[in-house]
Write a protein that binds this ligand. Structure first.
Ligand code: SAM
Length: 421
């Protein structure tokens, strides 16, 4: 039972919100008896609900979460879960933050922060974000000051009118660059002045007519600096440089991305002779880290801008044995096998929803000897792992990696090996 608003050890009265065969979801109605482990939070933050637990306890619970997901949802007896890898930084680690504007449309003061837990139309102001760096805080505060001075209206989520909607701040933790993207409804404002006032290296403006809360739709204009942000990662001893487009995914914890990808490379155990598929490859992070250890790498990703970045990133790092394609893994997997031949290793790194049964079948058809599965959600890794194992693979090891301290989220890297026929 996943209970939103509670931490392990609490006694609560909760209302069931979703009921599945292997698990259920609920939300807290009343806290009857707080967990004896609870500590004072640093500062209210809906994105950091586990800050009321000491870090050592967070790690214990995450470890258990992974084991239980594999046992209960995946029906594995004694799953081979290794000890969790703790985070390098427990606070201020996020390189991407999404803030929401609110307040001004009700005649109140403009605020810029987070949705109050469980409230889609109430925004709490943030003045120091416990998960962001000081540079991100500075940009957010500069934007807030300027927007207040200008008397701009904010998006009313009930009536769907108003101008300022969201602010996305992205930081290159290694490059030191900060990029701000303002999301508004349709309309005009003094964008040249805004760009200067933000104090960011790059500034973008997305205007969207969408009614729902989204930072993805709309038309984006570059107001200042470069469209792509620069970042670097050192993976298994090799330094790689990346350019990241606003539309492309990048792991939100840079320091732990290095740890995660290094673990994936260790499990891949390549000898240099292999053909590798990196499915859900984003801007090519894993593919480029694997390239020097394999014969050839083929990357597949649905977001075209991310594939554009991946191709540019291969060139930037002088890597010539990788090829990247834009496509949906569901439909592009068969054509990829026809073009490239069957892979020796498949790396999977899907979004939280995991893989559909059909995508798992497409991956199985490729008959790779090894599959390295990077997952940000043990409850979708578990059923996928069951399907893979039932089709003739062994689940060798699962390593939980804590990418997201102060939250219940946990990343895992799993290794599957094909059983001899
Ligand atoms: C968790 S991210 C991993 C990206 C990359 N491996 C990395 O570590 O930066 C998942 C990626 O899968 C992509 N994606 C989602 N659905 C897809 C699909 N059906 N086919 C191909 N790519 C997809 C997303 O755009 C996103 O870039």
């Amino acid at each position: 039972m996943f209970v939103a608003g509670a931490v392990p050890g609490d006694r609560v009265r909760a209302a069931l919100t979703k009921r599945k065969r292997a698990f259920a979801e609920a939300r807290v109605v009343e806290l009857l008896e707080p967990s004896p482990d609870r500590i004072e939070p640093r500062s209210a933050h809906p994105g950091a609900p586990w800050q009321v637990l000491p870090y050592a306890r967070q790690l214990e619970h995450k470890q258990r979460l992974v084991v239980e997901a594999l046992e209960r949802i995946g029906r594995f007896e004694a799953p081979p879960v290794t000890e969790i890898v703790p985070a390098v930084e427990q606070w201020n680690y996020r390189n991407k933050l999404e803030y929401s504007f609110g307040g001004a449309s009700d005649g109140g003061e403009l605020v810029l922060g987070f949705h109050r837990s469980g409230r889609w139309n109430e925004i709490d102001d943030v003045s120091a974000d416990v998960l962001a760096s000081a540079s991100v805080d500075e940009v957010r505060e500069a934007v807030k000051r300027w927007c207040r001075e200008q008397g701009l209206s904010t998006w009313d989520r009930r009536d769907h009118h108003g101008f300022l909607r969201n602010l996305v701040v992205r930081e290159g933790r290694r490059s030191g660059q900060v990029q701000a993207r303002l999301i508004t409804g349709p309309g005009e404002f003094r964008h040249d002045q805004f760009a200067i006032a933000t104090e960011a290296d790059a500034v973008l403006w997305t205007a969207t007519p969408a009614l729902s809360e989204t930072t993805r739709d709309g038309t984006t204009r570059l107001l200042q600096g470069e469209r792509q942000i620069d970042e670097e990662l050192t993976v298994a001893g090799r330094r790689l440089r990346f350019k990241i487009s606003p539309e492309a995914f990048f792991q939100t914890n840079t320091e732990m991305a290095e740890v995660l990808y290094s673990k994936a490379i260790e499990l891949a155990a390549l000898d240099g002779s292999e053909r590798v598929f990196d499915l859900f490859c984003g801007i090519g992070t894993i593919a480029l880290a694997l390239a020097s250890r394999s014969r050839e790498v083929w990357g597949l990703e649905i977001v075209e801008q991310a594939i554009g970045d991946a191709i540019a990133n291969a060139e930037l790092n002088g890597v010539s044995n990788v090829q990247f394609f834009a496509g949906d893994v569901r439909t592009a997997m068969r054509p990829l096998v026809e073009k490239a031949g069957k892979p020796d290793l498949v790396v999977l790194d899907p979004p939280r929803a995991g893989l559909s049964q059909k995508i798992v079948r497409r991956v199985l058809e490729a008959e790779a000897n090894r599959i390295v599965y990077v997952s940000c959600n043990p409850s979708t890794l578990a059923p996928n792992a069951r399907q893979i194992v039932d089709a003739g693979y062994e689940l060798r090891t699962v390593t939980p990696v804590d990418m997201f301290p102060q939250t219940p989220h946990i990343e895992c890297v799993a290794l599957f090996e094909r059983r001899p026929a």
